[in-house]
Design a protein. Sequence first.
Length: 430
Amino acid sequence: MKTSVKYLSDTKVELTITLDAQELTDAEQVALSKLAKDVKAPGFRKGNVPASVAAKYVDQNALSQQTMEDALSKAVAKAFLDENIQALDRPAVEVKKFVPQKEMEFTAEVEILPKITLGDYKKLTVKQQQSTVSAKEIDDIIERMREGLAEKKSVKRAAKNGDEVMIDFVGKKDGVAFDGGTGTDYALKLGSNTFIPGFEEGIVGKKAGETFDLTLEFPKDYHSADLAGATVVFATTLKDVQELVLPELNDKFAKKAGKDFATLKDLRDDVKRELTAQKEREAGEKLKDELVGALVDVSAVPTPQILIDDQAKNIEQDMQRNLLYQNITLDQYVANQKFKDQDDWRAKEVIPAATKRVKAGLVLAELSKELKIDATADELADHINLYKQQYGNNPEALKQFDQPEVQRDIANRLLTEKTVEQLVALNTKK
C-alpha cells in the first residue's frame, strides 16, 4: 500500500492510497468468505459452502463491490493510523481506479484534529480580582434576614411601600386574558419591583376590600414578544394589607437568625465570611475563564468546522431547554434580542460561542499533553462517586454512571479541571 498526504488546510487532509495486486487478492478472499454465507451450491447446506466452491457460484459484480468496500475500509484505517492523523469524521472516499485483482487507487478526504501551537502558558497577563466585602453588602443581607423574620400585622389603613398585600388579579390584552397574567391570593411586597412598572405603584394608596383596574404598558424589551410594549388592563382586588414589623437589630435577633449566633457581631462576621467565600469562588472561576481565553489568544488554534457545528448544536439545544423552562419560544428570544431571525442569531451568538468553546477545548487538550497531566483510576472513581451522590435516590439515573461512554466523559472533564488548575498555579506563583 502506498499513501501520499496532502493538507488542504490546517484542519483538512486528503490521502491518496494505492493498493497492489496482493492486497486486492487478500481483500477478495475476505469478501468471498462473507458472500459464501448466502451462496447455494450442490452438496452443501446454505452457510456451509467453502470459499473455494463459492467462487464458482457467487455473483462477480457483488464480489467486486464487496472486495472494493473491504479493501477501502481496511486501507483507510491503516493509512490514517500509519500517518498518525486523527480523523474527526468518516472520510469522504472517491475511487479513481479499480482493476479487480490488480490495482486500486482512491482518495480519502476528511477534517482532522489540527496541530495546536501553544503560546507561553506560564506568562499570561491575567490577575485575580481582590474579593472585598463592603459594610453595605453585609447590611443588605442583614436587612433581608430582618424582613424574613418580620411579624405581619393586618392594617385598615391604605397600603404603602414596604407592606405585604394579598391580591387577586386578571390581566387582559384587548379584552382577552393572557398567559401568566392571572393570580389568586398572591402575596406581594410593595416596592419589591416584582411586577411591571406601575403595578405596585397603582396599589399604593388603596385599602383592603377595594377593586380597581390598572391600565399599564409592558416594557418594550419584555421577554414575551406578544406582550412587549403592549397596553394591558389588570382587574385587581386588594384583599389584605399587612404591615411588616421588623425585629430590632440586637443580639436577640441574631439568635433568631441562627442557633450558632450569640451576638449580632457573630451574625455579621458570619455573613462577611460567607460573602467573602462566595466572591472568592466567583473570582476564581473568572480567573480560570480569563486564563484559558488568554492562552487561546497567544496560541495558534485552528478550528475544524465539524467541531464548531457539533458545539453549536449543543448550545442551541441547551438554549431551547432553558427557554422552555421560562415559557419562552426561541422565536420570541430572537426577536427580544433584536436579531433579524434565527439564522442571524446563530451567526452572531451561537457560532462565536461555539468557536470559543472549541478553541478552549483544543488548547487545554494540548496543554494537558504538554504538561503530561493524567487522571488516576482512584481520582476518576472519586469523581464518579461525587456525581453519583447527586442522584442517590434515583436508581435509574445511577445506572448511567456505569456506562463506558459516560465514564469517558467524566474522565475528560476531570482531565480538563486538572489542566486548568495547573494553568492557574503556573500563573499565580508568588
